[in-house]
Ligand binder design. Structure first.
Ligand SMILES: NC(=O)c1ccc[n+]([C@@H]2O[C@H](COP(=O)([O-])OP(=O)(O)OC[C@H]3O[C@@H](n4cnc5c(N)ncnc54)[C@H](O)[C@@H]3O)[C@@H](O)[C@H]2O)c1
Length: 259
């Protein structure tokens, strides 16, 4: 018996076997979930994601190309889920993007308008865009989850415009929770600790952030993908039936510390 038996959902954000979304999928699959996946457009991206999925035992996955900044791509993918399955129960949003050039320490003030808007579009607006398209498919209720980071509420040197985008993401999540609550659709975010992924490597000073977090965290270590994947299962399963509009820290306690 798994916590996710009988539940189907879309997991967006696997780039490789280091991605947060990879670990979320691993935990979801271990609890009996049926997972559908997307990859960024292009054969190389498809091959990379398919390779990671095969490590999860998904040799014949439901896998569609999707650039989340394209409304046409979003429509195509969510329409196809409707055609192929009729309904779904959960959504995982684990994507973010900001031009690396503006993610170095001391470089926030110079962020150009286009880079700022692109970061907010891909990292925050897309949660709303996916949620909106998920609603008709969540006819029996559902649960949605997006990945955030502490840089949304505190200034983390180097995180820069991505911190602004995460603040927007967390706020978007609360407004979605308010509007979708009456349909029994729950909407939450997890604020995960730093994990060495492809996107994280674009943030200036990642090694310092990870060293500092490990030293200051009550648990005395950095998070693992499984720490976050298992918390995601809780939020996407019926065990969390009364939780919505929340941002849950899975960060070994780092955010609880004053000094
Ligand atoms: N790694 C960390 O330290 C950390 C900490 C807290 C939160 N997060 C968040 O976790 C999420 C996943 O990031 P990750 O660290 O696993 O890195 P990752 O590089 O493995 O994943 C990022 C994903 O975003 C996808 N993406 C980027 N632009 C896209 C677009 N236009 N359309 C569709 N997909 C797009 C990429 O393809 C990739 O799969 C992000 O929201 C990130 O901000 C990461």
């Amino acid at each position: 018996m798994g916590l996710m038996d009988g539940k189907r959902g879309l997991v967006v954000g696997i780039a490789n076997d280091h991605s947060y979304a990879y670990f979320l999928a691993e935990s979801l699959l271990a609890q009996g979930a049926e997972c559908l996946f997307t990859h960024l457009p292009g054969d190389k991206m498809k091959r990379r994601v398919a390779k990671a999925l095969s490590q999860l035992g998904q040799d014949d996955p439901w896998l569609e190309s999707m650039d989340a900044s394209s409304d046409e791509d979003l429509d195509r993918v969510f329409n196809k889920i409707g055609e192929d399955f009729g309904k779904m129960d959960f959504l995982v949003h684990s994507i973010a993007y900001a031009d690396k050039e503006w993610l170095s320490v001391g470089n926030f003030t110079k962020t150009p308008r286009a880079a700022y808007c692109q970061a907010l579009d891909i990292s925050a607006y897309t949660y709303l865009a996916m949620a909106n398209r998920s609603v008709p498919l969540m006819s029996d209720g559902g649960s949605m989850l997006a990945m955030s980071y502490y840089g949304s509420v505190k200034a983390v040197p180097g995180y820069n415009v991505m911190g602004v985008a995460k603040a927007a993401l967390e706020s978007t999540s609360r407004y979605l929770a308010y509007e979708l609550g009456p349909k029994n659709i729950r909407v939450n975010t997890i604020s995960g600790g730093p994990l060495r992924t492809m996107s994280a490597l674009a943030v200036g000073g990642l090694t310092e952030i990870m060293d500092w977090t490990r030293k200051k965290s009550p648990l005395g270590r950095n998070v693992t993908g499984k720490d976050v994947g298992d918390a995601a299962v809780f939020l996407l399963s019926d065990l969390s039936s009364g939780i919505t509009g929340q941002n849950i820290y899975v960060d070994c306690g780092y955010s609880a510390m004053g000094i």
